[in-house]
Structure formats: C-alpha cells, structure tokens
Ligand binder design. Structure first.
Ligand code: GLU
Length: 444
C-alpha cells in the first residue's frame, strides 16, 4: 500500500473533504504494515473499496417554523460499510454538518463498531439543521420531514440510526413516531429511545461512562489510581455530562467544562448538582456554558478552550479537531498522565502525533467512546429479543465490551519498547475484523 498515492487519488476524487481525508489518512498510516503483509488484500483492491462509502443518500428537508415561514435544510445518510452488520451510527443535527464531516464520522464508526465485538456496520447521517433557538414544535416538524425521506432507507436489519450532536431522546422520539406511522411497524429501527418505549438502561450515560471505564484501564497499565486526579474536559452536552458523572463517581475531580462561548473553571470540582445543571444548560437550547459561572460562582473565560488549565487528565468531549497542535504543546508542558478523545477525532493530526511522539497515555475516540454505540448494540439485542435488561445487566455487558476493546488496542498497539500506541492498536484491530469479513464476502 502506498499511502501517499492513495491519498492523492482520494484528494482528487473528493477535493475539500478535509475531515474525511484526515480520518482516512490516520487509518491508512496505522494499518499499512499489516496490510502489506496480506497480498490477498491488495489483489482485490480491499483498501480502495474500504475507503469509499457503500452508498450516500442526500435529500432535502423542508419544514415550516412557528411563524409559518418555510425552511429547506439538507439531509444525509452515509451508509459506509455493512461487512459485519447493518449500518449503525448516529444522526448529527448541527449547522456545521456537511458531507465531509458525515463521511469521516461514518468511516470512523465502521472501525469503532468493529471494536465493540457486536455485529454492527458503520454509518452516519444528519442535517445542517440547528436546534439552537428552535421550539419543540419546530424540532418535531423538522424531524418528521427528515424521517419522511429517511424511512425508505433504514430498518432493524438494514440501517439503525441513533443520536449524536443535536439529537437526543426527544429527537429520537419524534423520528421514531414518524417511522412507525409511515411503516406501520414497531421495531428497533432507532436506538437511544426512551426507557418506556424500547430504550436501554444506561444508553444516555454510556458514552461518558464507557470512556471512563476505558481511561481507568489505561491508567491501570501504569498502576495509577484515578481517585484524586484532576480532569479538564471540554463540552457540556450528553457526552461531557456522562464523563463528568463517572469521573467524579470514581473519585476524580472535574475542573472544567466548555461551550462555544468559552470555558468554565471550577477549582472546587464539578460534581453532584453541578453535573446535573449541565443537563439544564443543554435543555435550554442556548448552547452556552456561561450561566454555570454565575450560578456556582466559578470562573468563565470567554472565547478560550480549557486546555490551558493544569490537570492530570484531559478529555475532549465536544467535537472533532477541538484540540490542536498548540493546545497539545501547552498540555504537554503540564506533564499530563493521560489524554483521551471522547469526542470523535477530537484532536488534529498534528496534536495526535505530538502526544504519541511523547509516548504519553493517549487514546483515540473510536476506542474511548465506543461504549455509546456498544450500548446501542445492546438496545438492538433487547429489541429483537423483546426484553428489557436491568441496569446491572447492561453495565456488566458494557464493562466486558470496554475491557475487550482495551485488550484489542494493547494487542495490536504495543510497540517494541513496551509503549502502547492506542491509535494504531484500535485502527488495526478494527480494520482486521472488517477486512476479513469483506474478504469472505467477495468483491461486492
Ligand atoms: N453517535 C454515537 C457515536 O459516535 C453513537 C452512535 C450509535 O449509538 O449508533 O458513536
């Protein structure tokens, strides 16, 4: 495999799709040595097939606001790879959404889902619609219009969307209601449903909880106890909330959260009711974190990211590329114990490179945040079995899955000097599973 040649071809085919190209390059660099040990892959152009989505669906989403004005948004579903199971991955509703972002997310999802041990392919979708400042009725009408088109392409054995940025239980409810009405079927076509209507225990917390289970395992490889450590994290949405909750439950002290407006520094620690307040901030739909500072007498730093603060553990919990080279240099000066992406591709290529070159404990989103989609997979199992598992049962499964993901990373990522390159480990482990399945299924 010639990574440069492959990247040049892809750049020509998909000019300007920066996030997608970034995600592909990272995986190619990680797997090239392993790939080259398998001439049978090269013979059937496995990698050329794997980097292209199987199918992309784009559609218009017209809807009417509360004043009667009509809006037209773009809707997408990227069905990336179905070698090991039905397409699975979230829907993102955010003004920044474009095809490059959804292709990168769907590509990442393919490997992430492979790591979970569950039979799920990779997909992602969404819209450039923003829920910011919209009433619940407007959001409902948007979701109904979005699903009127999407429902043709999804199903419990075909493609199972879920939430992502801007899509939570409320939106999944509106989408599910419309799917049910159009298809005349009640089935597990979406995950992240409410507990009373087919949802799984733990799902809302699973991404953050799973991330902390994973980080705990990373720390254990160095005999470090997470209790008493300080954590600087970004974001204040569902993922940041789950991560903060579990971190403080494990005895760590979370000292920052952030939003598009700036970050909060709370040296007393963000725990208890302060964590629950994050949910209120999110529910307000204003997409700002500043009110936290007024309510709890903490510091608000406008327009900055939390990475300047000294902490033991740094977690990206907001969005892609939110931690760049400069941020990484600043963080490294503070000699952190661990840096982990909880958001998908939270670090830029250069930042990732810096962390790995310094040989610090660093892990990529597709391993760290896989607990979210894994619990979605458990929701699918429960829906198919027509059963509802207890919180304990789901948490046990989640622990087992995270343990297995960590083991796979160590198995494929350990270098000759003993350092574990989790980026390489996660990419190779995910790739090998998908590649073997694609080999078995012929050139399709
Ligand atoms: N959006 C989440 C992710 O990035 C969850 C996807 C799902 O549950 O299908 O993995």
């Amino acid at each position: 495999m010639d990574v440069n040649k492959l990247m040049i071809t892809l750049e020509q085919k998909h000019p300007g799709e920066l996030e997608y190209l970034q995600a592909v390059k990272e995986v190619l660099l990680s797997i090239k040595d392993v790939y080259n040990m398998h001439p049978e892959f090269e013979k059937v152009k496995l990698i050329e097939r794997l980097v292209e989505p199987e199918r992309i669906i784009t559609f218009r989403v017209p809807w009417t606001d509360d004043r009667g004005d009509v809006h037209v948004n773009l809707g997408y579903r990227v069905q990336f790879n179905s070698a090991i199971g039905p397409y699975k991955g979230g829907l993102r509703f955010h003004s920044s959404v474009n095809l490059s972002i959804l292709k990168f997310l769907a590509f990442e999802q393919t490997f992430k889902n492979a790591l979970t041990t569950l039979p799920m392919g990779g997909g992602k979708g969404g819209s450039d619609f923003s829920i910011r400042g919209r009433s619940s009725n407007e959001i409902m009408r948007f979701c109904q219009s979005f699903m009127e088109e999407l429902f043709h392409y999804i199903g419990p054995d075909e493609d199972v969307p879920a939430g992502d940025i801007g899509v939570g239980t409320r939106e999944i409810g509106f989408l599910f209601g419309t799917y049910k009405k159009l298809s005349h079927k009640w089935n597990g076509v979406l995950t992240g449903k409410g507990i009373e209507w087919g949802g799984s225990e733990i799902r809302t917390k699973a991404t953050g909880y799973g991330a902390l289970y994973f980080i705990n395992q990373m720390l254990q490889t160095k005999d470090v106890d997470i209790a008493g450590k300080t954590v600087a994290l970004s974001g204040f949405g569902n993922v940041a909330w789950g991560a903060a909750k579990k971190a403080s439950e494990l005895g760590a002290k979370v000292i920052t959260i952030s939003g598009p407006d700036g970050y909060i520094y709370d040296p007393d620690g963000i725990s208890g009711e302060k964590i629950d307040y994050m949910l209120e901030l999110r529910a307000s739909g204003d997409d700002i974190c500043q009110p936290y500072a007024e309510k709890f007498n903490a510091t608000f730093v406008r327009g900055e990211k939390p990475w300047t603060k000294k902490a033991d553990i740094y977690l990206t919990c907001a969005t892609q590329n939110e931690l760049n080279e400069n941020d990484a240099q600043m963080i490294l000066k503070n000699q952190p114990i661990c840096v982990a992406e909880v958001s998908n591709m939270g670090c830029t290529e250069k930042a990732t490179e810096l962390f790995i070159n310094e040989k610090i404990l660093f892990a990529p989103g597709k391993a760290v945040n896989a607990g979210g989609v894994a619990t979605s997979g458990l929701e699918m199992s429960q829906n198919s079995m027509r059963l509802h598992w207890s919180e304990n049962d789901v948490d046990e499964h989640l622990h087992r899955i995270i343990h297995s993901i960590h083991e796979q990373c160590v198995k494929y990522g350990r270098t000759s000097d003993g350092y574990v390159n989790y980026v390489k480990g996660a990419n190779i482990a995910g790739f090998m599973k998908v590649a073997n399945a694609m080999m078995a299924q012929g050139i399709v």
